[in-house]
Write a protein that binds this ligand. Sequence first.
Ligand code: KG4
Length: 336
Amino acid sequence: MNILAFESSCDETAAAVVKDGRTVLSSVIASSADMHAVYGGVVPEIASRKHVEAISGLADEALRQAGIGKSDIDAVAVTYAPGLIGALLVGVSFAKSVAFGLNVPLIPVHHVRGHIAANYIAHADLEPPFLCLCVSGGTTAIVDVRDYTDFRVLGGTRDDAAGECFDKTARVLGLGYPGGAPLDKMARGGNDRAYVFPRAHVEGNPLDLSFSGLKTAVLNLIHNAGQKGETLDFHDLAASFAAAVSDALIPRVMEANQLVGYNKIAVAGGVAANSRIRADLTAACEKAGAKLWLPPLALCGDNAAMVGCQGYYEYLAGHTAGWDLNAKASLDISKG
Ligand code: KG4
C-alpha cells in the first residue's frame, strides 16, 4: 500500500511516499526556519505562506523520487493536529484535495504519533507495547505506546516543552533559531557542573515535568552577569543546561518504565537528537537492562515519512477522515 503523506504543523513543509508502513520510497522537506531566524522564533503567518508555496512542488517531487505515478497512490495521510493552526490547515486542505482528486482514503495523523512512528521506519524489530519519551519544540511527554493507535500519557510538561527551553536558552546565548542543535554542539566538552540549575519536582504526578523554572534560571544568570559585567563560560553553561534537562527527563522515563514493565524504550521528536539525552538514556537503559531504540538524527525532526508510517497503522485501525476533516491546534495523543 503506497501512502502519500504530508506534514505542515510548524515550519517544515514535507511530503513523502511510504510503502506498507515501514518502507520509505521518498521523503522531501522544505524548511522556512531561515525566515523565522530573524525574529528569534516561528512567525505563524510566514510559516503558513511558505507551506502554501512549497507543498504542491514537494508532492510532485515526492512522487518523482519514489518513481511512481499518481495512480499508484492508495491513500493520502496528513498531520492534522497539534500545531500552528494556519500551518496545519495548509497541509490538511492540500491533502484533502489530493485524496478527493485521486479518489483514495484520507488519513488524519496526530503529529506526535508520527514522531513516535519515525522509530518504526528505522527499527524493523520495534513493535508496541513500549514506552516513548516524546521531546520536541511543542511537546514533552512520556507516552505508553500500548499499540500502534493506542496511547496513554503517563507524564508531561506542565509548562514549556523541552525544545522550547533549548530554543529560548540558545537565543539569549546568541545561537539563533532553532537553537537546540547549536546549543547541543556548544555543550560538548563543557563542564556540566559549572552552573547549578534547578531540577523541578511537580506536585501531584512524579512523572510530570516543568521547564519554565529552568528557563528563567538560565535567563536570569545571563542577564545578571551582563549587568555586572561578568563573563560566563558559554560551553560550561550549555553543558550545565543540557545536564539539567536530561536530569529532569531520564529518571522519570526509567520510573515510568518500571511502572509499565516493558523494558522497551524509544525516543521521538526533534530534541531526541540531543547528544546528552541520548547518552544519558543509553547509560540508564544499560543499567536497568532495558532495550533502547534511538531514531536516526534525520528522522528526529519534522518529516512526512513518519506521517506516512503512522498513517498506515491508522488506516489498518479504520481511522480515515471525511472531507470535513479540520485541523486542530491542540489534541491529546490518546484522542488523536
Ligand atoms: O520535532 P521538531 O522538529 O518540531 C516539533 O515538532 O516541535 O523539534 C524541533 C525542536 C526545536 O526546539 C529544536 O531546537 C530542537 O527540536 N532540537 C534540539 C536538537 N536538535 C533539534 N534540541 C536539543 N538538541 C538537539 N541536538
